[in-house]
Design a binder for this molecule. Structure first.
Ligand SMILES: Cc1cc2nc3c(=O)[nH]c(=O)nc-3n(C[C@H](O)[C@H](O)[C@H](O)COP(=O)(O)O)c2cc1C
Ligand code: SF4
Length: 518
């Protein structure tokens, strides 16, 4: 007999939620009776969520996939010789040839689902640390210039250029500076930050160390939402391994640079994802938004200059440094450069991760990759960018994924989460939900948001109930304008977008309910 066969079963939380642990146990049990031929690796998820648990077998010719596997399928898989790639009704063929995966251009997610997330050796062998080694040869100004030249914009929501933020921190003198990674990932339909942390934690660590070198920071924090215990434990384990390997600590890769990294668990509020509320929470206080200025880049954590970036922004940096800014900048469209990790969710047949260059249309994502709705009914609305994003109607699916094209329609790309609804959705309810969500999640600091959202729910209820509909629709529009103009942060400022999008793109929803003739 030759050496053991490597079998991959994801340890990703999405795969675990549909039974990956039980499948791994069943495989281990069966292997024990069959003579122990298997080397079992718990990898990240490939991001083809409708096929989870998706297991893979490493053959001399490459990896083949089977899925979705249930524990009861395991004896049958052994019986049909799956360790040699044997045929079975769950056989999906060579993993990389699966259409959903084959048509992607994975840069940030290139290792997710491929390697053992906690193997430092596999990380380095697959190109890990090349960006950091490159950065160690460069001056801070040159690192910032390279990131700026790539056109990378923040992936957390606002799309602010990463290079400009880093330059501000670099140019603000202080003996102590910080890099904080925003892993609060509160937007509906988003899960890429989690999957990256669970599937390739060293990439985020490498990106944060590079950010530290670029701006002169020696300490970093990863702020992970409390609902992500798997991500938190994998990140914690990865940090310990990175410390042991000298990738973190007093002498990063034997250089004169120090960088220490810590995990902090979030406080379970959507607003803690807003960067200044996150800093408050990191400092041990309730997550309440701080007034800006001063910007966190100048006065952030503990009053020191601080880089706050999303997981995906930081995780894009090692590739930019190793492959060069030009290669990254060549991808994308207009001012939206590089790739974005889109997340398909809601009522969708093939949900999961799609990393492709900006410029792809919504239709190519939700119909091409996603295969339309899971219910088989027509797509009625798509919400992009989380709960503060606009609802787009089915006839606007030609929209390219591009920050400016979305902004021109009063919508936003945000964190790349795409939630699909079929024609059974009640859009009046969705408009109400936006105000209700804001009322629940508002930090309470400013009146337009704290009070406005509560009044918004009441007004929409009156419209739905047919009470003075003409006057109340005018009042709702006025309220939306006040929230947009006068809220302290984007929570109150953007809550009107989904409401307005319902009035604009789905007028029948509220007007019909209120029996107002347009
Ligand atoms: C209400 C609210 C919630 C937010 N939640 C998140 C979040 O969960 N994750 C995130 O990265 N950014 C979130 N942001 C954006 C952050 O304030 C900030 O812009 C971002 O972390 C900066 O990183 P980036 O430039 O890399 O995107 C949120 C903003 C608002 C107003
Ligand atoms: S807009 Fe809302 S969440 Fe933002 S500061 Fe005001 S009350 Fe707080």
């Amino acid at each position: 007999m030759t050496g053991p066969v490597t079998v991959y079963v994801p340890r990703d939380a999405a795969a675990r939620s549909v039974g990956a642990d039980e499948v791994a146990e069943a495989i281990t049990r069966q292997d024990a009776t069959d003579g122990r031929r298997i080397h079992l690796v718990r990898n990240g998820s490939r991001g083809l969520l409708w096929l989870e648990p998706l297991i893979e077998v490493a053959l001399p010719s490459g990896r083949v996939a089977y899925g979705p596997v249930e524990p009861e399928d395991v004896p049958g898989l052994f019986g049909s010789g799956f360790l040699e790639g044997g045929d079975h009704e769950l056989f999906l063929g060579p993993t990389e040839e699966i259409e959903f995966l084959k048509r992607q251009q994975r840069l940030t997610f290139s290792r997710v689902g491929v390697i053992d997330p906690l193997s430092a050796e596999e990380y380095e062998a697959s190109g890990g640390l090349a960006g950091l080694r490159q950065a160690l040869q460069m001056t801070p100004d040159d690192i910032v210039a390279e990131v700026s030249a790539s056109g990378l914009r923040g992936r957390g929501g606002a799309g602010f250029p990463v290079g400009i933020k880093w330059k501000t921190v670099l140019n603000t003198p202080s003996e102590l500076k910080f890099v904080c990674c925003n892993a609060d990932e509160g937007d509906s339909g988003t899960f890429a930050d989690r999957m990256l942390m669970e599937g390739d934690p060293f990439l985020l660590i490498e990106g944060m160390v590079i950010a530290g070198l670029a701006v002169g920071a020696t300490e970093g924090y990863v702020y992970i939402r409390s609902e992500y215990p798997d991500a938190a434990s994998i990140m914690t384990a990865a940090i310990e391994i990175a410390e042991r390997h000298g990738w973190l600590g007093n002498s990063v890769l034997d250089s004169s640079h120090r960088f220490d990294l810590h995990v902090r668990i979030g406080a379970g509020a959507y607003i803690c994802g807003e960067e200044t509320a996150m800093l408050e929470s990191l400092e041990g206080r309730r997550g309440v938004v701080r007034s800006k200025p001063p910007l966190p880049a100048i006065k952030g954590l503990l009053g020191r200059p601080t880089v706050v970036n999303n997981v995906l922004s930081l995780a894009a940096v090692p590739t930019i440094l190793s492959a060069g800014a030009t290669a990254y900048h060549e991808l994308g469209i207009d001012r939206s450069r590089g790739t974005q990790v889109f997340q398909l969710a809601g009522n969708i047949r093939h949900g999961g991760i799609v990393e492709v260059p900006f410029g792809i249309t919504l239709s190519e994502l939700v119909e091409g990759f996603g295969g339309g709705t899971a219910s088989g009914r027509p797509i009625h609305a798509v919400q992009v960018g989380g709960p503060l994003g606009a609802y787009l109607p089915a006839d606007r699916l030609d929209l390219p994924m591009d920050y400016e094209a979305f902004a021109a329609l009063g919508a936003m790309v945000g964190h790349g989460g795409i939630v699909v609804f079929d024609d059974t959705v009640d859009m009046a309810h969705q408009a109400r939900f936006a105000m209700e969500f804001c009322a629940k999640e508002s930090c309470g600091k400013c009146t337009p948001c704290r009070v406005g959202a509560v009044r918004g729910v009441e007004v929409i209820d009156k419209i739905i109930g047919g009470i003075e509909p003409v006057a109340n629709i005018a009042l709702l529009e006025d309220l939306c304008q006040t929230m947009t103009d006068a809220s302290l942060c984007a929570m109150g400022g953007l809550t009107p977008s989904p409401v307005r999008s319902v009035l604009e793109h789905f007028p029948d929803a509220l007007y019909h309910k209120s029996q107002v003739k347009r």
